[in-house]
Design a protein around this ligand. Structure first.
Ligand SMILES: Cc1cc2nc3c(=O)[nH]c(=O)nc-3n(C[C@H](O)[C@H](O)[C@H](O)COP(=O)(O)OP(=O)(O)OC[C@H]3O[C@@H](n4cnc5c(N)ncnc54)[C@H](O)[C@@H]3O)c2cc1C
Length: 609
């Protein structure tokens, strides 16, 4: 077990040692800890001084820790607030239940009138080694090439355009599906991240898939240049088992003598000396003590879209007025920190009832219990059920090859979660067995942006999250969501749904019974009351131009090399850095960002590959 210097009392901002010699501390920890912390590290690594400190062992953090520690003489410390990744995360079918555990930060947004029935929305984020990639829904989507060309334009930097980022997607990928692997322009073999299709295809999926063909969508690999179309989801799994960023990138290199991973290490602030980052302070969850670790080269924040801006602000880096109002000494006035919280929005408003006895259940109840409680890779729990049908829809229908505006997703459901004005369906007890399908039409080009602010100067307090879903002044997002709900309701008329006898549940949803079912006012009400916050939040420490200005909002918190503006030796690499939101799920783009950050860092320090 490792140990770092206990810090009895909080210290002022300039707190790093003037001499940056490699200092060793030989203090042993108590035997408490996660399985993977019980391994005793070599003496050289029971240290407080490193070359790089990566804060947060999530999608980007695991990639970074792995890539940076490839340089054998660099000493790398990864600090993760959550615990080691347990076996429970492996099974695809039960992933929604992970949100109920201590592997979720359990954040909730502020109540806002525009959405979620003014009650605030759950904002699940992974708190475990692997981060959100350890509790997410497995789907591997990169977004449209144009999304990254937009990044290049916004940053006036060609290295963020599609042709420049594609090699970094490919670097990570190990595609295991033969037909995809043949397309060597868009897929690659040999990377750390397995990408496959799940082995158990749900019987209902054929109906859903055919309905997508009925509305005119082509069958298409959405990661091969043009997204509009239908496909069976590509998943970050290996033989039907979760491949979190921890399992894919970190676990295989944990033996490296120059890599130290500390779990239950909650970083409370960045340490600065003469205005530049030189380490971090963190609360050691095993001892309850405050400790410090120092970085001779760089500190990289990969704590995710909610916690990265929180740590920056706790360190005095952020909007001046906000920091001053909480009594935090301002080190760098950066208005963009915590701004630009982007997300996709959808609703739980559309439910289709399945005919009796369908999907067929194993007759033997013991067999069902066995299926559910014992995960066998490749067995019944290696399935996402209807979630595996993934459709990207454009405005003008099937024939166009431009960017999608909606992503139609399908979930198997059980009755109790329907109708409650909640933002996330109650995780089903038995996700393989359901009697209805929820259609969630995700709006991909949202204009509403929210923010993350500190609730208080207490580093352990949850941040104040304002999602502002459906809140844009022009009403663009609400109009788009209504159109998306209408599209989802119209699936009832497809030959595939008719033949399979899937019927739209016309019972009005709670809170919307005063409007005529199916009318525009009804869908507007459904959108506002039964909003679903998707899991694709990004942008709270975005790369962008230095100055605020027309089209630039508050400017960028980071330069295009992900360096925090005005604070040398401090970078951010996670979903926070996105200048705009790609039109799909965010795990693959974040992993690409991790690869890019490692590349930039290696360039900076003369170790380019
Ligand atoms: C329920 C759910 C389902 C999703 N489904 C999909 C999907 O199917 N496909 C897809 O592509 N994307 C999906 N996503 C989104 C995707 O997983 C995330 O966008 C991505 O994992 C974010 O990566 P990140 O590195 O930015 O942050 P994270 O992976 O969240 O990592 C941040 C890490 O930092 C740690 N941390 C935070 N604060 C501190 C601190 N103070 N000190 C130390 N450590 C700290 C956290 O515990 C966490 O481990 C889903 C997300 C969720 C939550």
């Amino acid at each position: 077990m490792q140990q770092t210097t206990p810090v009895p009392t909080p210290a002022p901002a300039d707190t790093c040692p003037a001499v940056t010699m490699f200092t060793l501390f030989f203090v042993s920890l108590s035997a408490r800890g996660d399985r993977d912390d019980l391994q005793r590290p070599p003496p050289a690594l029971r240290a407080t001084e490193f070359d790089f400190i990566v804060v947060g062992g999530g999608s980007a953090g695991c990639v970074l820790a792995s890539r940076l520690s490839e340089v054998a003489h660099w000493r790398v410390l990864l600090l993760e607030a959550g615990r080691a990744e347990p076996e429970e995360t492996r099974a695809p079918a039960t992933y929604r239940n992970l949100q109920l555990t201590d592997m979720n930060w359990h954040y909730r947004s502020e109540p806002e009138q525009s959405h979620c029935n003014n009650t605030g929305c759950p904002c699940p984020k992974g708190k475990v080694l692997g981060g959100s990639s350890a509790i997410n829904g497995f789907v591997y989507i990169r977004g449209s090439p144009q999304d990254y060309d937009d990044w290049g334009d916004a940053l006036q930097d060609d290295t963020w355009r599609w042709t420049s980022v594609l090699p970094f997607f490919l670097r990570s990928e190990n595609v295991l599906v033969d037909d995809l692997a043949q397309d060597t322009t868009f897929h690659s073999r040999g990377g750390e991240l397995p990408v496959e299709r799940l082995p158990n295809v749900d019987p209902v999926n054929k109906v859903l898939y055919n309905a997508m063909l009925d509305i005119g969508l082509p069958e298409r690999d959405p990661n091969a240049g043009i997204q509009v179309g239908v496909s069976l989801a590509q998943t970050t799994t290996l033989n039907g088992e979760r491949a979190s960023a921890n399992r894919a990138f970190l676990a295989p290199v944990r033996h490296r003598p120059n890599l130290v991973v500390r779990t239950r290490a909650h970083v409370t602030r960045v340490l600065l000396r003469h205005g530049q980052a030189c380490g971090v302070e963190y609360r050691d969850g095993y001892s309850g003590q405050l400790r410090r670790a120092y970085a001779n080269k760089e500190v990289v924040l990969s704590a995710g879209v909610m916690n990265t801006p929180q740590i920056l602000m706790l360190s005095g880096i952020g909007p001046k007025q906000h920091l001053s109002s909480l009594g935090i000494k301002v080190v760098q006035d950066l208005p963009a920190v915590g701004e630009n919280l982007m997300n996709h929005v959808t609703s739980l408003g559309i439910e289709y009832l399945l005919p009796d006895g369908w999907p067929p259940l194993p007759a033997d109840i013991n067999a069902r219990v066995q299926d559910f409680t014992h995960f066998v890779p490749g067995g019944p729990l290696s399935s996402l059920g209807p979630e595996e049908v993934n459709a990207f829809v454009g405005w003008r229908g099937p024939a166009v090859d431009d960017r999608p505006v909606f992503n139609l997703r399908f979930y198997g459901d059980i009755p109790k979660s329907h109708g409650a004005p909640e933002c996330v369906p109650a995780p089903p007890q038995d996700p393989l067995y359901y009697d209805r399908i929820l259609v969630t039409p995700v709006v991909l080009a949202c204009r509403s942006v929210g923010s993350v602010r500190l609730r208080s100067a207490d580093p352990l307090a949850a941040p104040r999250i304002r999602l502002n879903l459906l809140g844009d002044r022009e009403g663009h997002d609400l109009t788009a969501l209504v159109a998306a709900l209408q599209l989802a309701a119209s699936l009832e008329d497809t030959p595939a749904f008719r033949a399979a006898n899937l019927t739209l549940n016309r019972a009005p949803l709670a809170g919307c019974g005063r409007e005529a079912f199916g009318s525009v006012p009804y869908w507007r009400c459904v959108a506002r009351v039964h909003t679903l916050n998707t899991f694709h939040a990004a942008g709270t420490a975005r790369m962008g131009p230095a100055a605020a200005g027309p089209g630039h909002g508050q400017g960028g918190a980071l330069d295009p090399r992900m360096r925090v503006r005005g604070v040398p030796r401090l970078r951010v690499a996670d979903a926070s850095v996105f200048p705009s939101l790609p039109r799909g799920n965010t795990n693959a783009p974040v992993i690409m960002v991790g690869e890019r950050a490692a590349h930039f860092i290696r360039q900076t320090w003369g170790q380019a590959v």
